[in-house]
Design a binder for this molecule. Structure first.
Ligand SMILES: NC(=O)C1=CN([C@@H]2O[C@H](COP(=O)(O)OP(=O)(O)OC[C@H]3O[C@@H](n4cnc5c(N)ncnc54)[C@H](OP(=O)(O)O)[C@@H]3O)[C@@H](O)[C@H]2O)C=CC1
Ligand SMILES: O=C(CO)[C@H](O)[C@H](O)COP(=O)(O)O
Length: 481
């Protein structure tokens, strides 16, 4: 029980809530904690004691939890997105007052956040939808925070967020007020979509090395460890290096080979792809990464298909050293395409919603704390710093130079993968995205001609302004007479 009022309450004490509470307390802000299942409250308080008597105060009932927080109260909810957030709000609401603030730190759909913001505003409560990224480690030691919604609510707790977020020496804490409405959760959705892309591309790189290059797990561990010292240095490359070094504790060999080839997924990738389609933003790398998760989920069907195609033989002699270097370049080039697509959704949505989102700031707060953190994000930040209205990362002069240097390697890796029967949907989609974007004239003229042929959909000409229709059928008939 708190002797004096705490600054903030955390409701929901699974991986994220528990670690965020400990982080907040460690930064000097006494915190009240509550969870539907009481044992998690006790566990969190125990952890706080064990980690240096941190000021974490546990409550088993919602009334005393809310009453323990100083007014205006701030409650950070970290439970499963969707109905559990509504349930938690409804449990706490009877004890909250005008001016109090609720922050949802989960991975919520931004429109749901906007619905709750409106409902809370009608009750005189402030509401923030705050993306939190970094998993257990980030939540405990410094996550990337993406708060959006009531600016007054943000101001109430800015001092806490600035201290709790990951700290970057050259660009400050990984938190910024993202914008109005559900923009914080929208930006978190984009983060997670780029995360899908990064994870898929890294996975493809390791597959090409293993299946085409015949590298052992130990060799892949060493390759990724080496890559983590250069331009690819990032959390995901680092953990990949670690994963390939871990032996199976339940049998022979490496643990990664025993993990079932079926990826779990929640909603963020699908939401992103749906939003990209609605806003006509091309995002094939991310869509391919989502598709890859759907396809790998068909484990039973794949087992049967493998029997049908077991006699199919693919292969290509490769030079190991050259392949390793090519895959590194291909991964970096594909990564540029992945971020170009992810970042492009931000201005598109910002215009639609009038949010004034700042891609530069978003890249800055992803530099540390979150799953996609890495040196690459400083490059993205710099690109938008140089040109805040940049239409695509591919035309930033520095990224363009890097694409030019790496495109041949990307082509070679995709060819090797194709010849060896290794699927690289993310890299292939990235290359197609690049090749479509970089060409002044693409073959789409034919699609428009077909549309005009069968449906009189008209077309524009390259040499004259206006809308044209040709009676193609009549002309073809005449030609054949
Ligand atoms: N795990 C991660 O790495 C990350 C997660 N997130 C997001 O943060 C949020 C929290 O994630 P995480 O900590 O993993 O927890 P989970 O998503 O695993 O959710 C578990 C928590 O939700 C509570 N809960 C579930 N249903 C209800 C309900 N109907 N009413 C009240 N409470 C309920 C549980 O309470 P009880 O103990 O009583 O069951 C528990 O506290 C999620 O939105 C997640 O997507 C964001 C970044 C990273
Ligand atoms: O939010 C996250 C990190 O910031 C998590 O990684 C996210 O929960 C993973 O989601 P999915 O299961 O869809 O890959």
């Amino acid at each position: 029980m708190a002797a004096t009022s705490t600054r903030i309450g955390v409701a929901g004490l699974a991986v994220m809530g528990k670690n965020m509470a400990l982080n907040i307390a460690e930064k000097g802000f006494p915190v009240s904690v509550y969870n539907r299942t009481a044992s998690k409250v006790d566990d969190t308080v125990q952890r706080a004691k064990a980690e240096g008597n941190l000021p974490v105060y546990g409550f088993h009932d919602p009334k005393s939890f809310i009453n323990s927080i100083q007014k205006p109260r701030v409650v950070l909810i970290l439970v499963k997105a969707g109905a559990p957030v509504d349930d938690t709000i409804n449990t706490l609401l009877p004890f909250m007052e005008t001016g109090d603030c609720i922050i949802d730190g989960g991975n919520e759909w931004y429109e749901t956040t906007e619905r709750r913001q409106k409902a809370m505003a009608e009750l005189g409560l402030l509401y923030l939808g705050m993306g939190v990224s970094g998993g257990e480690e980030g939540a405990r030691n410094g996550p990337s925070l993406m708060p959006g919604g009531s600016i007054d609510a943000y101001k109430n707790i800015e001092d806490i967020l600035l201290k709790v977020a990951a700290q970057v020496s050259d660009s400050g804490p990984c938190v910024t007020y993202v914008g109005e409405g559900g923009s914080g959760h929208f930006v978190k959705m984009v983060h997670n979509a780029v995360e899908y892309g990064d994870m898929q591309l890294i996975t493809e790189a390791s597959d090409v090395l293993k299946s085409a290059g015949k590298l052992s797990n130990q060799e892949i561990h060493e390759v990724f460890s080496e890559w983590n010292r250069g331009e690819l240095r990032s959390y995901l490359i680092e953990i990949t290096a670690h994963i390939f070094g871990v032996k199976d504790d339940k049998g022979k060999g490496y643990l990664v080979d025993k993990v079932l080839d079926k990826t779990s997924l929640k909603d963020n990738g699908r939401w992103f792809v749906q939003q990209a389609a609605e806003l006509s933003v091309s995002a094939p790398t991310i869509a391919a990464s989502l598709d890859a998760r759907y396809l790998c989920g068909l484990k039973g069907e794949r087992v049967e298909a493998a029997k049908v195609y077991q006699s199919a033989e693919f292969g290509e002699e490769v030079n190991k050293e050259k392949l390793i270097n090519d895959v590194k370049q291909a991964l970096y080039a594909s990564k540029i395409c992945n971020y170009a697509q992810g970042m492009n959704l931000i201005p598109a949505k910002s215009v639609e919603k009038g949010w004034s989102l700042k891609p530069r700031e978003i890249a800055r707060i992803w530099k540390a704390g979150c799953v996609v953190q890495g040196v690459f994000l400083e490059r993205v930040r710099k690109a938008y710093d140089t040109n805040p209205d940049l239409v695509n990362l591919l035309v930033d002069p520095e990224f363009a130079k890097e694409m030019m240097q790496r495109q041949s390697a990307l082509r070679r890796v995709v060819c090797v993968a194709i010849n060896c029967g290794v699927s690289t949907p993310g890299m292939s989609a990235s290359l197609a995205y690049f090749d479509s974007y970089r060409r002044e004239r693409v073959a789409t003229s034919l699609v428009q001609a077909q549309l005009d042929y069968f449906g009189a959909h008209t077309y524009e000409r390259i040499d004259t302004e206006g809308s044209f229709h040709t009676d193609w059928i009549k002309i073809v008939k005449r030609m054949n007479e």
